[in-house]
Design a protein around this ligand. Structure first.
Ligand code: AMP
Ligand code: GLY
Length: 428
């Protein structure tokens, strides 16, 4: 088979690595890819927004399957355009991508189909939104309806803070994303993510992961795309995973089908595990980044038949096998991220780092210049390790991190702290 993979982040490098390991794959092309992905496939300078060019490339190179990593191209309808041209694609269609691109859409779906989530109301103007906040009191959560690059959610500790967020959003502070606002109940608990592969009709479970969204140790500082992740998550017990499928994934797949917008691809559940059970914080229509990196390390089965089954509506009775080990990834980012940062600094020691047992390094914002790897983005590297425990996976990942010579970069030193703390209290 020939496969075209769309995207250029750490998520896509992990997918490229796993796809390239499949005996079914003849050629893998990555558009646009990054310096690390060049080892697993051939980089092609295609613009995913130019559907005509992507289709022409697929025809010329006899592509059997297109795998779409990020939500952007899905929201722009790349899966629909490819399907119309008779080309199989893994990912969500434009209408189904609304599960990620509109919080109001997802909240209404939850309400209609009894999917557990925070109580909420939708607003199109500031005055009724503020009345609602005053009636409910704080803490309360104010969310822009659309995608806002991680800035669209304000967990307000006071009514005044919530009112300021409402003014900011309706004042155009987030552009079109804030033209509508969802206000919801504050949920207390531990967050965990869970993933399922869907084919429009049915779904199969993948595994759990936990991200670390804040930039600094101890979960302090501004939100980022994710500074590290690990899998499995202790709080996602087999019983909790069953509930994730029964109470969230399966009813959502059935609802989307009933509404005439069948969901295909990966459904990413952002859950809050509260005292009264799991509640949905958000859906995404793609693998997480960096969550995908730890999922790919734990996946024992060939991923290609699963991606194909999802794209072809054949997931029923499909099964995937996983390593029971813990996988953990530490993101190395350019100093200044998630604010402004420089580009072009040289990164050394990658081969020495990759030589640590059970370590894999996935690139994100890197480029190759004169035979050397240079930083070319905010999140730059994912240093991933497998271990028999979270403690072991964490030790290996940081041993590899410490072999990388990149003074212009930084990382968190506490990735996996919840799982590590749990293991340590069990031992002592
Ligand atoms: P989202 O962009 O929807 O993932 O929200 C970003 C972050 O805001 C989440 O990861 C949570 O930490 C927090 N959050 C969102 N909704 C709630 C809620 N209802 N209660 C408490 N925290 C929330
Ligand atoms: N790491 C969070 C996300 O991919 O949305």
């Amino acid at each position: 088979m020939n496969i075209l993979l769309i995207g250029s982040g750490g998520r896509e490098h992990a997918l490229a690595w796993k796809i390239a390991a499949s005996p079914l794959v003849e050629r893998l092309y990555c558009a646009p890819g990054n310096a690390g992905m060049a080892r697993d496939g051939e980089l092609v300078a295609l613009d995913p927004a130019d559907h005509g060019a992507v289709i022409a490339f697929c025809r010329a190179r006899k592509i059997d399957l297109v795998v779409v990593g990020p939500e952007g191209p899905m929201g722009e309808g790349i899966v629909d355009a490819l399907a119309a041209a008779g080309i199989k694609a893994f990912g969500a269609r434009r209408a189904a991508a609304r599960l990620e691109t509109s919080k109001g859409f997802t909240k209404d779906l939850c309400r209609k189909y009894g999917i557990p989530t925070a109580a909420y109301e939708r607003f199109a103007a500031a005055v009724p939104a503020k009345d609602y906040v005053r009636a409910k009191g704080a803490p309360i959560v104010v969310k822009a309806d659309g995608l806002a690059a991680g800035k669209g959610v304000v967990v307000a500790q006071t009514v005044a803070e919530a009112e300021a967020a409402i003014d900011m959003m309706f004042g155009g502070g987030l552009g079109d994303a804030g033209a509508e606002v969802v206000i919801e109940e504050f949920l207390d608990g531990e967050e965990a993510s869970f993933f399922a592969l869907c084919d429009g009709e049915t779904a199969i479970p993948l595994v759990s992961a936990q991200d670390h969204k804040r930039v600094f140790d101890g979960d302090r500082g501004p939100n980022t795309g994710g500074m590290g992740a690990y899998s499995p998550v202790p709080i996602m017990t087999p019983a909790m995973e069953r509930r994730a499928m029964d109470e969230f994934v399966l009813p959502t797949v059935a609802a989307m089908k009933e509404m005439g917008m069948p969901f295909t691809g990966v459904l990413y559940l952002g859950l809050m595990i509260t005292a009264s059970g799991p509640k949905l914080i958000e859906y995404n229509v793609r693998f997480g980044d960096p969550e995908c990196q730890v999922l790919m390390l734990r996946l024992m089965s060939d991923i290609v038949p699963a991606l194909l089954a999802s794209a072809q509506g054949q997931l029923r009775n499909f099964d995937l096998r996983w390593f029971p080990d813990t996988a953990l990834t530490v993101v190395m980012a350019s100093k200044g991220y998630p604010g402004s940062y420089g580009k072009g600094s040289v990164i050394e020691g990658l081969d020495e780092a990759a030589a640590v047992a059970d370590v894999e390094i996935f690139h994100a914002g890197t480029a190759e210049k004169d035979g050397r790897i240079v930083a070319n983005g905010g999140r730059v590297l994912n240093v991933c390790a497998l271990g028999k425990s979270a403690v072991e996976a964490q030790r290996r990942a940081y041993e590899a991190v410490d072999r990388i010579r990149w003074p212009e970069g930084f990382c968190r030193r506490d990735i996996g702290w919840r799982a590590v703390a749990r293991e340590q209290t069990r031992i002592t």
